[in-house]
Design a protein around this ligand. Structure first.
Ligand SMILES: C[C@H](O)[C@H](O)[C@@H](O)[C@@H](O)C(=O)O
Ligand SMILES: [Mg+2]
Length: 390
C-alpha cells in the first residue's frame, strides 16, 4: 500500500542531544582543543567561546497519511527549522513516502543558490533520515534492511575521547584523542602534543590504535612535522588536519606523511561532489557525518564512489544514523563511538538524553537492533519547541 506524506514539522532542542558539543560543565570535549580559531588566544581554551554550540539540535518529524510518524535529529537548531518549514516542506507534503530520491534532488537543487554545504545540507540530511525512519516504520523493517541488509553480524568501534587507555579496557579497537595545541602555540605546543601521545602509548602498549583528531586546526607544514614525530609512537591516523576547503593542502599532506600513517577527514564535507574532490587528494579514510553530508540517500552515492577508489568510509559518529549504514557496507569495516561521558570514562548514549532506546557498544561491539526505522524514539521529557509553522 502506498502512503503519502501528510505533514513535515521541525523542532529545536537546546543542550546536548544531536548538537553534542553543547555540553555543560567540565567536559573533555571542550578542554583546550585545537581548532581553526586557536590562532586567537581568547578563543583557545573553549570551543564554546567561539560558538561551536550555537546551532542546537534540529528534530524533524514527518507524518504519513495513516498517522505514522518518522523522525530524525541532527545539528541545525532554529536555522534548520526555518529552512524546513519555509522552504523544504513543499517538496514533501502530498508526495509518496517512497519518493526519496526525487525529494532529495529537489531539496538540493532548490537550495543551491544559498546551500551546497553546511546548515542547508544538515537540514536536507535530517529530512532524508526522517524519511528513512518513516519508511522503515511503515514497512516494519530496520533501516539497514532497506539498504540491502547487513554484511556483518555486529559492528566494532574505536572510541573518541580523552581516555584511550580506558577505551582499551572497555573493549574498543582504538582510541582517538583531540589534539590540544596548534601552530600558534609553537614548539612548546608540539612537544606537549607528542608528550600526551607518548604517555598514552605507554599506557595502552604497542598495538592498540591511537589517533589524533586535529579538527581543522593545522597547516601542511605543522601537520607534517607532527606526523613524523608521532610516527615513532605508532599514530595510526591524523584526522582533519586542515580546513575542509583546502583540497590542495590535503593532497600535499598525503604525499608528505610518514609511510604507513593514514590521512583521514571528511566530517565537515558534504555531497558526492565534495567527496569526489576529497577522494582525488588520495585520502585514506573518509569520515562523512550522515546527518551533515546529505543523509542516507547521498551517503550511498559517496560510499560507492569511495569504494571504487579503494577508500574506506568510516562515518563520523552519529549514533544509530551511521550504525544502520555502516553495517550494510563492505568498505566500512568499523565505526566511531564518541564518548560523551564528561571524562570519557564510561559508555553513555551519544545523543543522551534526547533519544529513548539509543543503543551503545558493549565491549566495543554492537548488534544493530532489528527495531523498525532507526529503532529510537524521542524522549518526551526533553523539551522541544516549534519556532516556525507553514
Ligand atoms: C573530538 C573532536 O575534536 C570533535 O569534537 C569530534 O566531534 C569529531 O571531530 C570526531 O571525529 O569525533
Ligand atoms: Mg573528527
Amino acid at each position: 500500500m502506498q502512503h503519502t506524506i501528510r505533514e513535515v514539522r521541525a523542532f529545536v532542542v537546546r543542550g546536548k542531544g544531536a548538537d553534542y558539543h553543547d555540553q555543560g560543565g567540565k567536559h573533555w570535549i571542550d578542554d583546550h582543543i585545537a581548532t581553526p580559531m586557536s590562532g586567537y588566544p581568547e578563543y583557545r581554551q573553549s570551543r564554546q567561546s567561539f560558538g561551536i554550540n550555537v546551532l542546537g539540535t534540529l528534530v524533524i518529524e514527518i507524518e504519513a497519511d495513516d498517522g505514522t510518524v518518522g523522525f530524525a535529529v541532527t545539528t541545525g537548531g532554529e536555522i534548520g527549522a526555518w529552512i524546513v518549514e519555509n522552504h523544504l516542506a513543499r517538496f514533501l507534503e502530498g508526495r509518496p513516502v517512497t519518493d526519496i530520491e526525487r525529494i532529495w534532488d529537489q531539496m538540493y537543487r532548490s537550495t543551491l543558490y544559498y546551500g551546497r554545504r553546511g546548515i542547508v545540507l544538515n537540514t536536507i540530511s535530517g529530512i532524508d533520515l526522517a524519511l528513512y525512519d518513516l519508511l522503515g516504520r511503515l514497512r516494519q523493517e530496520p533501516v539497514y534492511a532497506l539498504l540491502g541488509g547487513p554484511v556483518r553480524d555486529e559492528l566494532q568501534f574505536y572510541a573518541t575521547g580523552a581516555r584511550p587507555d580506558i577505551a582499551q579496557q572497555l573493549g574498543f579497537i582504538g582510541g582517538k584523542m583531540p589534539l590540544h595545541h596548534g601552530p600558534a602555540e609553537g614548539e612548546d605546543g608540539l612537544e606537549r602534543n607528542i608528550a600526551l601521545l607518548a604517555d598514552m602509548r605507554e599506557k595502552v602498549g604497542p598495538n592498540f590504535w591511537l589517533m589524533y583528531d586535529c579538527w581543522m586546526s593545522l597547516d601542511v607544514e605543522y601537520a607534517t612535522r607532527l606526523a613524523h614525530r608521532a610516527a615513532d609512537l605508532g599514530l595510526k591516523w591524523i584526522e582533519e588536519a586542515l580546513i575542509p576547503d583546502d583540497y590542495w593542502g590535503y593532497a600535499q599532506l598525503k604525499k608528505q606523511l610518514p609511510p604507513g600513517m593514514l590521512m583521514t577527514t571528511g566530517e565537515h564535507e558534504a555531497t558526492r561532489w565534495g567527496f569526489r574532490q576529497l577522494l582525488e587528494t588520495g585520502v585514506d579514510i573518509i569520515q562523512p557525518d550522515v546527518g551533515w553530508c546529505g543523509g542516507i540517500t547521498e551517503l550511498i552515492k559517496i560510499s560507492a564512489l569511495a569504494d571504487a577508489h579503494g577508500t574506506l568510509v568510516v562515518p563520523h559518529g552519529s549514533s544509530v544514523y551511521s550504525y544502520h549504514f555502516v553495517v550494510t557496507r563492505t568498505n566500512s569495516p568499523f565505526a566511531e563511538f564518541l564518548m560523551m561521558h564528561e571524562s570519557a570514562e564510561e559508555v553513555v548514549p551519544m545523543f543522551s538524553p534526547l533519544l529513548l532506546n539509543e543503543p551503545v557498544p558493549v565491549n566495543g561491539r554492537l548488534r544493530v537492533p532489528e527495531t523498525p526505522g532507526f529503532g529510537v524514539e524521542l524522549n518526551p521529557e526533553v523539551e522541544r519547541t516549534r519556532p516556525y509553522t507553514h
